[in-house]
Design a protein around this ligand. Sequence first.
Ligand SMILES: C[S@@+](CC[C@H](N)C(=O)[O-])C[C@H]1O[C@@H](n2cnc3c(N)ncnc32)[C@H](O)[C@@H]1O
Length: 225
Amino acid sequence: MKKKILRKHYKGDVAQNYEQGRSHTQKWQDEQNTVAEILRQLPEGLKLIDAPVGTGRFFEVYAERQLNVEGVDVSSDMLAEAAKQQAAQRVSLVLKQGDIFKLGYADGAFDVALCIRFFNLVNEPAMARAMRELARVSNRYLIVGVRHLVPVGELNLKAADGIEKLARQCVSRVIALIKRKIFFQKRKYIAHLFDVLRLKVVARHCVETRKDGTDYYIYLLEKQG
Ligand SMILES: C[S@@+](CC[C@H](N)C(=O)[O-])C[C@H]1O[C@@H](n2cnc3c(N)ncnc32)[C@H](O)[C@@H]1O
């Protein structure tokens, strides 16, 4: 999605129905569990920025890990949903309206920067800008979700569903190219971006593989020197 459109998309009904429309899915549950599992491996009490925070889906685990959290989102309506979640769960954290491409924090202001369900909404240059900004404000860790195109060499074309996956991948790529609403990132490019930003992959968890020849990973990254 174009950045300008994306900034305005999560408003009104879209914001109010966001979690209700997704939280019952396997993917959502697996994301919840994966993020919780990663956070439980890190020390308690860290300072974390969640951008975009959306409706505040990870607040429970933030409280459990006693994290010191700031949630940033461009949409006031998504922030209003997050504020309801915060009140219901009585979690202590800060919610702020802001832009992921220009976070108003000092370098290394946080120990962890978390970004889930954003990089599939923007193209490569925008993803690189946002990732660079998250790496700037974190002094150590990044936790990011990325949907990739599975490289053709890994689709196992000899398997019963191999050709079907390739065909579906081609169709999804064409649709994505035409609609420009969803972006599938190339694994090679992601690896290159992590290299350029000097981010080491500490762990990666596959949350979902789809018949359309894409897969979705959550990465725990650590900044190098
Ligand atoms: C798909 S939702 C993901 C929310 C949450 N991270 C989750 O996993 O449910 C995308 C979010 O990105 C926010 N967003 C879009 N453009 C943004 C920007 N430039 N800066 C900060 N947030 C932005 C939207 O308002 C929306 O809340």
